[in-house]
Write a protein that binds this ligand. Sequence first.
Ligand SMILES: Nc1nc2c(c(=O)[nH]1)N[C@H]1C(S)=C(S)[C@@H](COP(=O)(O)O)O[C@H]1N2
Ligand SMILES: [Mo]
Length: 388
Amino acid sequence: MTKQTTRREMLKESIALAGLGVLGLPEWAFPVLAQEQAVVPFTDMPETLTLARSPERRIIDVRTINEAFTPNDQFFTTQHYGHPEIDTATYRLRVSGLVDQPLALSLADLHSMSSRELVFGFECSGNRGPVNGLSSNGLWRGVPLRAVLERAGVQSEAREFVFFGADHGEEEVDFRGGTYTVDQQYGRSLERDQALSDEPLLAYSLNDEPLTTHQGSPLRLLVPGWYGAPNVKWLSEIHVQEDQYLGKWQARSYRTLKGEMVNGEMKWKETAISKMRLKSFVARVTTDGSRHNVFGVVLNDGTPIQSVEVRIDDGPWQAATLDPETASEKYGWKFFNYKWDNATPGEHTVTSRVTDVKGNVQPTAEELEPKLTFLEANAQLPRTLVIG
Ligand SMILES: Nc1nc2c(c(=O)[nH]1)N[C@H]1C(S)=C(S)[C@@H](COP(=O)(O)O)O[C@H]1N2
Ligand SMILES: [Mo]
């Protein structure tokens, strides 16, 4: 079976499941599981979660992940200014600034350019335990950003590529004791090397369906391996400039403040949210009555994974097995399983830890303590449960 057919088939299964209730799913509906498996409830998570946080915001219940690709109507979703109204008939993607030929591309123009697929799973940089519901994985299709930029002809002074969504809102900009209230679009930028690399995609479809409004219809930017914020939805303009872009969602609201010991002294660093930090979490524990299976998810920046390990209580780290299908996709989320034999009755904690080939190890909560701001919460997450 080719990878293509595998993807299509997985997709069909996930669509078949999309209409079903979540924790009420029959056991046969979890193709990831062997037969006769029962879910062991986590005691660190409520039994049911409200997934629709508002008509425009939605999380996933990680305990019910059962397919590589999150169904379109379950894909997590969030944004800062609500949903803009876009008429797809008159929609144009504008490319302006330091280009030889400014562009105004219709959807038909974009669809006539050669497209490619991208498997990409990402999380919001605010995603954190115990729920971890702000992440999903999808099969996207669109036009490489570079092809559009080459069509416009990027000039040599161009350093900064700013991506604006059609959504906007009033923002207070503080400056030296004064405050100015101005209307701003959601904006994010990429540096020249990234913008002109063959990675970023201008996506118009998710899981073989046109993007929904929730996921940024008719067009969104995707930066593989990065957190959610740069994946600008309802993309309306790409502005190419020489100066750094310092808009709120680029320069201020997506920052991490973290202390680091340098030559025995604490240095406080502010860094921009960019590549996803190495994360794994236990999503579900199941049992056939004797053995238990620990199932979990890995998210990272696309660096190959060296190992995933699971530990029960304060026991030794034990190797978990990466699922070969999801692990073969550089930028997709990856599944792992661990067979937990001889689980003893009583309360337990189950923790996972991932290591990449560059030697990055998922940190403990203690190691992340000098991180004062809440974004990039990638610490190991001990889950609690009771074995009957
Ligand atoms: N235009 C626009 N794009 C946006 C945002 C936004 O507020 N406006 N929010 C970003 C953030 S913070 C996240 S986490 C992702 C969420 O993407 P999703 O709704 O497809 O899951 O969209 C990103 N793109
Ligand atoms: Mo986000």
